[in-house]
Design a protein around this ligand. Sequence first.
Ligand SMILES: *Cc1c(COP(=O)(O)O)cnc(C)c1O
Length: 370
Amino acid sequence: MSEKPIFVTQPSLPPLEEFIPYLEEIWSNKILTNDGPFHKQLEKALCEYLSVDHISLFANGTLALVTALQALRVTGEVITTPYSFIATSHSLLWNGISPVFVDISPHSFNLDPHKIEAAITPKTTAILPVHCYGYPCEVDHIQKIADTYGLKVLYDAAHTFGVRDKIGGISRHGDLSILSFHATKVFNTFEGGAIICPDAKTKQRIDYLKNFGIVDETTVIAPGINGKMNEIQAAMGVLQLAHVDKSIACRQEIDRLYRQDLEGVDGITIPEKPNTAQHNFSYFPILIEPSFLLSRDALYENLKSRGIFSRRYFYPLITDFPMYRGLPSANLSNLPQATDTAQKVLCLPIYPSLKREEIESIIKMIKAHT
Ligand SMILES: *Cc1c(COP(=O)(O)O)cnc(C)c1O
C-alpha cells in the first residue's frame, strides 16, 4: 500500500514564487482580460514554440472546439471518432451538428481513413479526427479524402502539445486544430485552450467569435460566445512554457522505464512509439489482453485498492452515452476496433513529479499478476 494515492496525472505547476511577479504586474496594470499584455505575449510565444503562424487563445479547449466549428460554418453531419474524450462530439451537438462515428484503425487509436469514405453522405461537411494520446492521425490520407469530397478538416489536437513531425508542429494540419491547456494536459493554464489558424484573416474572425462576435462598439457580426482566456491564465501559460521542455523530458524518462520493464510481459501489449520527430509522452496506454491473468477491470480495481489510480481512457466509448447511443453509426458492429481497444486499454500514471520508486512499485504490482 503506498502512503498517498497516485493518480494517472498530477498537474505540473511552476514554483509559486516565480508566479508572484506576474500577479503583481496584473494588479498594477489592471488589465484582467480582453487581449491583455500577457494574452498577447502568450500568443506570440506559443506560435514560436509550436512553429505555427497564428493562434487564438481560449478559456478552455471545449469552447475552442465549439467556436472552430462555427468559424468553418460546419453544418449537417460530421465524421468523427468514438474513441475520445466526450468534449469532441459534444462540440458537434452544441452546434446542432449530427456526429457520424467511424471506427479507429487497428494500428493506432485514431480514425481509420479507410473507413471514412463509406460514411460520407450528401449532408457531410467536415471530418473531426483526434490525435489520440498525441499519436498523429494519418493526416495526408484524411486531407486527400477531404479534398476529393470538399470537406473541412478540424483536428482535436488536445493531446498533441509539443508533438512534431519532420516538418513542424502537428497542430498545423487541417483547416483548424484545437488545443487544450486543461490542468491534466502536458501544458496547462489551469483551464485553457486555443485554435491554430492558417492565416491572419481566419484568426481575426475567430477572435471576433470568441468575444460575442463583437467587431467594434457598434458592430456585432455573429452570435459568438464568450470564450476568451483571461490574464491570469495567460500569465500562467507564459511561465509554464519556460518549464514545459523539462516536463516533457521527465515524461519521456517515465515512458522509458515502463517500456523497459513491461515490454514482453505476457498478456500486455505496449503500443509502439509514434513515428514523430518529437513526442510529448502525454499518456502511457497499455492493452490488457485476454491472456493476462486478470481482466483489465480487475487489474484496474486491484491497482486502485493499492492507491494507484490508473484510468481507462477511453472507456466507455463516446457512443455508449445516452445522447449518442441511438445513432445508427453508434452501433457496436460499426465500431469493432474501438470497442475492442476500449475494453483492453489502461493508462498508467505519468507526470513529472512521479518518483522512480513509485514507478517501480506500479510495475511490480502489475507484474505480480503474470
Ligand atoms: C481535454 C480534452 C478536450 C477538452 O478540453 P478542455 O480544455 O478540458 O475543455 C477535448 N478533447 C480531448 C481529446 C481532450 O482530451
